[in-house]
Write a protein that binds this ligand. Sequence first.
Ligand SMILES: O=P(O)(O)OC[C@H]1O[C@](O)(COP(=O)(O)O)[C@@H](O)[C@@H]1O
Ligand SMILES: [Mg+2]
Ligand SMILES: [Mg+2]
Length: 341
Amino acid sequence: MDHAAQASQTDLMTITRFVLNEQSKHPEARGDFSILLSHIVLGCKFVCSAVNKAGLAKLIGLAGETNIQGEEQKKLDVLSNDVFIKALTSSGRTCILVSEEDEEAIFVEPSLQGRYIVVFDPLDGSSNIDCGVSIGTIFGIYMVKDKVKPTLDDVLQSGNAMLAAGYCMYGSSCMLVLSTGSGVNGFTLDPSLGEFILTHSDIKIPKKGKIYSVNEGNAKYWDGPTAKYVEKCKFPKDGSLSKSLRYVGSMVADVHRTLLYGGIFLYPGDKKSPNGKLRVLYEVFPMAFLMEKAGGQAFTGKQRALDLVPKKIHDRSPIFLGSYDDVEEVKALYAAEEHRA
Ligand SMILES: O=P(O)(O)OC[C@H]1O[C@](O)(COP(=O)(O)O)[C@@H](O)[C@@H]1O
Ligand SMILES: [Mg+2]
Ligand SMILES: [Mg+2]
């Protein structure tokens, strides 16, 4: 067993040491990626602290602005967006940033430019802020093709080009879940130390789960395969037990539970919104990346989610992700529908 593996089994592994251990597996690495991750971690700690103090600091409430998706922005959305933009640009390792809260991609000024592109949802689940329910941050990292001339084409790549992805959940504890390409690891923030400590190493999603997670309020608009799948969850005909329904309404929290307990999370397209609600670059891709790295699947109703190539930075897509076998069932229902058509 090498030194890093031994250390991870015997003592506390901070996220910093974990990332440096990963870096040491790539002798050619110059540390840029580790520095970028450390700035993302800093952003997460900052937002976590703001979320914890939100009620006290009277941060809760509308900022009186509307974002480009036509949704009301909360003060915490604005704050989190500012925090991540500052943390990422000051890392000196990014060249393009795409945030849910900004209509246009942000091109980092040349003096601070690096090789990485970060796509992010600074505050996910914002409808849950006012009632103190778990919310989060989602991010994905790409590398630019030509550092001297970063263009939007570098951003509009398929999810297969993603190098790393993760989310931070601001819940009963603050947890950062990260994959840098091999395996998925979860770190819990010890608030007294201000350090993320490895608590969930090499997360694997159960092959099949007992929970489905969807906004059933949209059921009247669903297409045939989605409706059939949810019906199967509730009234299985093969003698298996019905699945339980859990739906927080924060993607980070719903996906986190799905990752740890197994099951499926669905935000389908429907008659009202054929492309669903969730955004490809900074919601669908990072979560699909993590699911696959943990042994699960992510499907759009038509194709493997990571094979999508967005045309615009805020494109949306239906998404079905989670345990391998559960997503397989959804895929079979969509394939049967296509066969009938
Ligand atoms: O309220 P709905 O329609 O079920 O939507 C819930 C979904 O919307 C989201 O809140 C959208 O994310 P934002 O809060 O970042 O806009 C997801 O977190 C969640 O999965
Ligand atoms: Mg979101
Ligand atoms: Mg958001």
